[in-house]
Design a binder for this molecule. Structure first.
Ligand SMILES: NC(=O)c1ccc[n+]([C@@H]2O[C@H](COP(=O)([O-])OP(=O)(O)OC[C@H]3O[C@@H](n4cnc5c(N)ncnc54)[C@H](O)[C@@H]3O)[C@@H](O)[C@H]2O)c1
Ligand SMILES: CC(C)[C@H](C(=O)O)[C@@H](O)C(=O)O
Ligand SMILES: [Mg+2]
Length: 349
């Protein structure tokens, strides 16, 4: 069980400490944790946000546990050196095209999102976000128009194989859940989405037991707030999935609660919270480590087929939240380490 631990920047460092403590508390046989620099930390030390030794470790390890990258002081760097390029580079290099972002209600947090409690408590959804295509990886740049104006561009493109493989992941996920899949696109405007919808329909023929629907992304954003309980699995492109998952996190209570798994064809995966380095609270010991801890649970499930320990972590997190050990993001006063202490104690019970 060889894990590359890439804590990264800002609160990435703080929340990773707690996730590692939880993993160590499980007494996993053969657990080997190798740390490496990524993001702004790596740029400052090695001159690159994704140094070759970090990429090598990520490639040789069985799984990658990733904190967050993002350093406002380095925002002016050119594109290839921007610290966010580290996370995009890892996803692309490891061919992790499927990003699973589950959002489910936690007992005790029903009043926190501002949604009516009966609406908030019905949330149990999975966003399947395509992760290696779309505007993120299309041709991009800045140029001058014929009129001498500066113009920025990012090409949105998906080919049918990219759409089909993420659709298969989503249909299979739906089969293991409530059997409902909603494909989210913007097919009333975008040609990318017209093809997306057509390919998802074709793939659907192989999954007659899954009920497929389609929704435009603007409506989906609204429905996530109006009635999130209507969703089981959502499949969508890279950009829409990025935005909708942040939104879903707040329906649950906080972005500090949502974990993710980035997967490819094999068992190798990268596991990371959906949030970033949170420079506004970094260094204060108040970041919520739950998303990071739950990412470690997803790692045990998807890369090591260890459902027992994955559930041990998830149950511990639910218990700690239900007991009212809440971070500042949830209106409580528990510090990052106090939350970690509580989860460690709960997994050992
Ligand atoms: N996976 C990643 O590494 C990742 C993801 C998103 C953003 N980023 C980067 O992070 C930097 C900051 O971006 P941003 O501010 O837009 O998004 P962010 O997710 O870092 O923070 C958004 C807000 O949520 C709060 N927040 C986030 N995680 C929290 C946690 N665990 N506990 C409590 N509060 C939390 C922050 O304090 C902030 O107010 C940028 O450089 C961005 O590019 C990285
Ligand atoms: C940091 C950024 C590149 C990243 C993304 O947009 O994918 C982040 O927002 C995420 O959600 O993982
Ligand atoms: Mg995001």
């Amino acid at each position: 069980m060889h894990i590359a631990v890439l804590a990264g920047d800002g609160i990435g460092q703080e929340i990773m400490v707690e996730a590692v403590r939880v993993l160590e508390a499980l007494d996993l046989p053969g657990l080997r944790l190798d740390h490496a620099d990524v993001g702004g930390v790596a740029y400052r030390k090695h001159g690159h946000p994704l140094p070759p030794e970090t990429l090598d470790l990520a490639k040789t390890a069985d799984a990658v546990l990733f904190g967050a990258v993002g350093d406002p002081e380095l925002d002016g760097l050119r594109r290839e050196l921007r610290v966010e390029s580290a996370i995009l580079g890892l996803r692309k290099e490891l061919q992790l095209f499927a990003n699973l972002r589950p959002a489910n209600a936690f007992a005790g947090l029903e009043n926190l999102s501002g949604l009516k409690p009966e609406i908030a408590s019905a949330i149990d959804l999975l966003i399947v976000r395509e992760l290696t295509g779309d505007v993120y990886f299309g041709e991009k740049g800045q140029r001058q128009t014929e009129d001498g104006l500066r113009q920025g561009y990012d090409v949105m493109a998906y080919d049918e194989s990219e759409i089909a493989r993420i659709a298969h992941v989503a249909f299979k996920a739906a089969q293991g859940r409530k059997g409902k899949l909603c494909s989210v696109d913007k097919a009333n405007v975008l040609q990318t989405s017209v093809l997306w919808r057509a390919v998802v329909e074709e793939v659907a023929a192989e999954y007659p037991d899954v009920e497929l629907s389609h929704m435009y992304v603007d409506n989906a954003a609204m429905q996530l707030v109006r009635n999130p309980g209507q969703f089981d699995v959502i499949v969508t492109g890279n950009l829409f999935g990025d935005i909708l998952s942040d939104q879903a996190s707040m329906c649950v209570g906080s972005i500090g609660l949502l974990a993710s798994a980035s997967l490819g064809e094999g068992t190798k995966g990268q596991y990371e919270p959906i949030h970033g380095s949170a420079p506004d609270i970094a260094g204060q010991g108040i970041a919520n480590p739950m998303a990071m801890i739950l990412s470690a649970a997803m790692m045990l499930r998807h890369s090591f087929a260890d459902e027992t320990n994955a559930q041990r972590i998830e149950k511990a997190v639910s218990t700690v939240l239900a007991d009212g050990v809440l971070g500042h993001d949830l209106g409580g006063s528990a510090s990052t380490s106090a939350i970690g202490d509580a989860v460690v104690a709960a997994v050992q019970k």
